[in-house]
Design a protein around this ligand. Sequence first.
Ligand SMILES: Nc1ncnc2c1ncn2[C@@H]1O[C@H](COP(=O)(O)OP(=O)(O)O)[C@@H](O)[C@H]1O
Ligand SMILES: [Mg+2]
Length: 388
Amino acid sequence: MGAEVVVEGLTKSFGKQAIWRDVTLTLPPGEVSVMLGPSGTGKSVFLKSMIGLLKPDRGRCVINGVDIVTCSEHKLYETRKLFGVLFQDGALFGSMNLYDNVAFPLREHTKKSETEIRKIVLEKLEMTGLAGAETKLPGEISGGMRKRAGLSRALVLDPEIILCDEPDSGLDPVRTTYISQLLIDLNAQIDATILIVSHNINLARTVPDNIGMLFRKELVMFGPREVLLTSDEPVVKQFLNGSRLGPIGMSEEKDSATMAEEQALADAGHHDGSTEDVRGIVPQLEATPGLPERKGIRRRKDRVMKILHTLPPAAQEGIVDSLTPEEQQRYGVSPHHLVGAGQQQPSGQLPNQHHGQLPADQVARLPEPTRPGGSHRMRPRGPGQDGP
Ligand SMILES: Nc1ncnc2c1ncn2[C@@H]1O[C@H](COP(=O)(O)OP(=O)(O)O)[C@@H](O)[C@H]1O
Ligand SMILES: [Mg+2]
């Protein structure tokens, strides 16, 4: 099973430029998570901070008990071996063929013989659909193949955690779906914890177990996919629908006057360029038939059912709807007992379990410019920290 990654109060700036502050989230072991965010919100900086390539100003990022922000160089080097990283551009060596590119970490970090290396490299190339392309140079293959080669290389050290920076960028929608399926299949095969950074809505809707979003230098929310996909948060709605209407502007954010102007234009019938409302929970991609079932799915169900009562009603409904009748029985829930404020608790159910109204502090919302110490954002808890 992949490792759990606990990020607490992570804050990063470059000189006077604050990138994000107080990012707190837990990547549950073996689950797939996506971090969304408009361009320039610091998604790549976040990934690099998680592996210690960039040094955050404060906060912690703990893997197997090691805080990579403060640990020694030696510990950092050791802990980094748990990670496989697919950088945004694939980061392949242009003068090396795919075989040598993929073999590189093995030759660099292990004492394996060339025979052992050959076995691993061919296996990973096969896993990513690149069997037969070993002798090609990065410049001779398509963008999608380069991504897959980068992914093969990220896999050779049997990572417990895989970080993918925009695995879809530069790919057409069909190739994006292929890489999405590949990531799910990899998760099924190796049960690694996966974090994908992306601004691709379709990928975000179909691939991950958990979704987060960075905006205005903060983590707007992070939690089970059903929370973000049903969110009424203006920035989330705008992002999912690719609309100009909302707080995200041409260069990251806009003021309220501009927002009012655009709203007035839209009210007068000017099309704002968005698609129809795509919010809502769509089925999640499953591993290709024949592969093992994703172990993370069962673990996630147990985890999410523990925090169900803390989630917004629409998310609760989506989660319960996604359970089979047997599972609903096992967890003691049923769909028609969920929504509706003030509804009587059916006997035998936990108090306050499926109430329609949530206390305001449990609903995810946009961070205010100056926020007092406490946090009101959604976040899943690791298995070690029992739900509230
Ligand atoms: N090494 C660096 N030094 C200074 N500024 C940087 C560095 N890396 C990124 N930035 C700045 O951090 C911000 C976030 O960048 P990035 O993480 O690449 O955004 P995203 O991946 O979300 O598009 C940008 O304004 C970028 O210019
Ligand atoms: Mg980036």
